[in-house]
Write a protein that binds this ligand. Structure first.
Ligand code: HPA
Length: 246
């Protein structure tokens, strides 16, 4: 089964006919909310989970990533599309652009980031050379192409701790590190998905130029980010509808 984890601005899926909701408890605590099951058109049943909670009450560093991933795996999910908003750092990643990243740099601190807590469990070091699933990335790119929506194929997602936005110097450094975009929720989500052997990829909407870049030279406007979400999230819905509908 396929799941979609919705980020900022994506709390419901357009066209999803909800069949049931399920509260799942995990050894790691509670997920961000009940799992919502449903179908788009004649597509197979999927699961939707709003990462920040349905009323957007969870800040990025307070999200229980382990519970979210564990719960989805527990109910039979094997593929996940993670939707997120990002700030654009390099070239083509300007507000309104959609990108399917292919690499990650993790700048987060103090987030529980593994299911391997030792004890009598053998420690496993999962491979993260390619942090996103090739099949899931391919299917997302194909869905976008079928919809006629241009998306950027590849890019390095830098994940910061938040919830504050970055300083201009932090963004300059991230650019030197090779980051193309900046967000706050990509990790440890991707690493936990890999630990559970899930086919996981991200669909990111650029909502603003990152701090100090282009239009954000002086400050980042929350209002500006909202306008981009309102204008462009429909393209994300269309890509997802193409992916999971039939
Ligand atoms: N920084 C971090 N996370 C974000 C940004 C940003 O500029 N925009 C959207 N999510």
């Amino acid at each position: 089964m396929q799941a979609i984890i919705g980020g900022t601005g994506l709390y419901h899926l357009t066209g999803l006919v909800v069949t049931r909701r399920q509260v799942v408890r995990t050894p790691y605590g509670e997920p961000s909310g009940a799992l919502t099951y449903g179908r788009i058109g004649d597509g197979a049943e999927i699961v939707f989970l709003a990462r920040h909670g349905y009323g957007h009450t969870l800040a990025p560093h307070r999200i229980n990533y382990r519970a979210n991933l564990w719960a989805l795996h527990e109910v039979g999910v094997r593929r996940i599309v993670s939707v997120a908003t990002v700030g654009g750092i390099t070239g083509p990643l300007v507000p309104g652009v959609i990108v399917v990243p292919d690499q990650i740099i993790d700048y987060t601190t103090e987030r529980p980031r593994t299911f391997f807590e030792g004890g009598d469990q053998p420690v496993a070091h999962v491979d993260m050379t390619q942090p996103y699933g090739a099949a899931m990335r391919h299917d997302l790119l194909e869905s976008a192409r079928t919809c006629g929506i241009a998306v950027v194929d590849g890019g390095v997602y830098g994940c910061t701790q938040g919830p504050r936005l970055e300083t201009a110097a932090e963004i300059r450094r991230m650019g030197r590190d090779g980051c193309d975009m900046v967000g706050m929720t990509g990790m440890p989500e991707a690493a936990l998905a890999r630990e559970l052997d899930l086919d996981y990829a991200a669909l990111c909407l650029v909502t603003n130029d990152a701090a100090g870049q282009r239009a954000s030279a002086d400050e980042i406007s929350m209002q500006g980010m909202r306008v981009v979400v309102d204008d462009s999230m429909q393209n994300v819905h269309r890509i997802l509808g193409q992916l999971v509908g039939a």
